[in-house]
Design a protein around this ligand. Structure first.
Ligand code: PMP
Length: 448
């Protein structure tokens, strides 16, 4: 490894960081992470903290998951790559598709299309949605609906359905025909409604209104996160997703759940679809499928689409990635699925998630700067910071970064996203680790 001075000096100059301005990475140098152990990471100066970010919502099993590392190493040795394009396949991708199908079978979503990550899974879903309607003889169904504040990755399709201006404006014009519905975000919404159940009904009414306005026969699919993640951890009322599913089904609109964060246990259920008891037509997954150790994703495809694609000899999928079904990614994913089950991390996510959520609510009692705390479904929690509770004016960026920095010095890496502190630690977190995160946050807020 190069020495510390070299790395610090060259970090901002050598490469451009995602979601960061090049100027910012020079003026506010990031933490340079060089080591890991269990749920802890250590930086170039030797400071070790609990990773309350879980990599980027993906390192569900922590950094020391030996079976996944071994699976990757032995697959690299046996068959480091082979394509799955027409005329070839590989044994590990076949086994993974089988396991995912069996694993997701209760959701009726049993076919897999492999990708290199979350944005690819979203792009694949949007494309297959249009193709499905063309195959069925409804080529006019080309539009997409999604939620404001939703995040669906960075490809042009995904950016077009994204519901946050930060990820759109600089890249416009985006894809035409993408329309956004208010999110079930109780703290701030155009209806000024703070009751989650009433708000769920208002958002669904807005969805129905938009469908009527656009014309159902022009809409291919609705895409949504079961719990909005990057938009600031926004869990809807439990009635919301089933109502959306019913409206979509009634109007012939495919429902895509973007489970890039919520699949594989993060919500305390195996998937967001299972959490809310719905059966989507497609589920976008990536991230924790390989515990973050290898870039990989899987789009899961349900019954209605299977029937159309599998019974039509001309239904050629003119889409795919060099790394679709990459054997090393597939081997990592198989090991992750096995470890997720063996360690029962889904139940742990629910228990530790509750501890973190309750702990954050207790911090809200103590600090006025905490305007809203959202969570309660596994290890996805957000603290929304305000400079004034009465007006809900968002906190300034410097103060938010200050809380983050003091928390880091006090033992926990947390993520700042706009006015939100986001907590998405590994699902193998212990009670003591969760306490470390809460104590570090306490110190961060006390320092303000
Ligand atoms: N969809 C959702 C819901 C996500 O949270 C993300 C990533 N945070 C993506 C899509 C994009 O995934 P990736 O960064 O792997 O392309």
């Amino acid at each position: 490894m190069k020495d510390s001075n070299f790395l610090k000096e060259n970090n901002g100059r050598g490469f451009w960081h995602p979601m960061t301005s090049p100027d910012d990475s020079i003026k506010n140098p990031p933490k340079i992470i060089t080591g890991s152990n269990g749920v802890r990471i250590s930086d170039i100066d030797g400071h070790e903290v609990v990773d309350a970010v879980g990599g980027l919502w993906n390192v569900n099993l922590g950094y020391s998951c030996a079976p996944v590392k071994e699976a990757i190493a032995s697959q690299l040795d046996r068959l480091p790559y082979y394509s799955t394009f027409r005329g070839s396949s590989n044994d590990v991708a076949i086994e993974l598709a089988y396991e995912l199908g069996a694993f997701f079978a209760p959701d009726g979503v049993t076919r897999a299309f492999f990708t290199s990550g979350g944005s690819d899974s979203v792009e694949t879903a949007l494309r297959l949605a249009r193709q499905y309607h063309k195959l069925r003889g409804e080529p006019g169904r080309i539009k997409f609906l999604s939620l404001k504040k939703g995040y669906h990755g960075t490809h042009f399709g995904g950016a077009s359905v994204n519901g946050n201006a930060n990820f759109r404006t600089a890249y416009e014009p985006l894809m035409p025909g993408c329309h956004h519905i208010p999110a079930p975000y109780t703290y701030r919404n155009p209806f000024n409604e703070s009751d989650p159940e009433k708000l769920a009904h208002l958002c669904v009414a807005a969805l129905e209104d938009e469908i009527a306005f656009q014309g159902a026969s022009t809409i291919a699919a609705m895409i949504m996160e079961p719990i909005l993640g990057a938009g600031g951890v926004i869990p809807p009322h439990k009635s919301f997703a089933p109502m959306v599913a019913e409206v979509c089904a009634r109007n012939g609109i495919l429902l895509i759940t973007d489970e890039v964060i919520t699949a594989y246990g993060r919500t305390g259920a195996w998937s967001g679809a299972r959490l809310w008891g719905i059966q989507p037509d497609m589920m976008c997954t990536a991230k924790a499928i390989t515990n973050g150790y290898f870039p990989f994703g899987a789009l899961m495809i349900g019954q209605r689409m299977q029937e159309v694609f599998e019974n039509n000899p001309s239904a050629k999928i003119g889409h795919g990635y060099t790394y679709s079904g990459h054997p090393v990614g597939a081997a990592a994913a198989l090991a992750c699925l096995a470890e997720t089950q063996r360690l029962n991390v889904v139940d742990n996510a629910a228990a530790r998630g509750d501890q973190l959520y309750q702990g954050c609510l207790a911090l809200q009692e103590k600090y006025d700067v905490i305007g809203d705390v959202r969570g309660g479904h596994g290890l996805m929690t957000a603290i929304e910071m305000v400079s004034d509770r009465a007006t809900k004016a968002p906190i300034d960026a410097a103060s938010a970064t200050n809380v983050q920095e003091v928390a880091y010095q006090s033992g926990a890496m947390v993520r700042v996203s706009g006015p939100n502190l986001i907590l998405s630690p590994p699902l193998v977190l212990t009670e003591a680790d969760a306490t470390t995160i809460l104590n570090a946050l306490d110190k961060g807020f006390a320092a303000l």
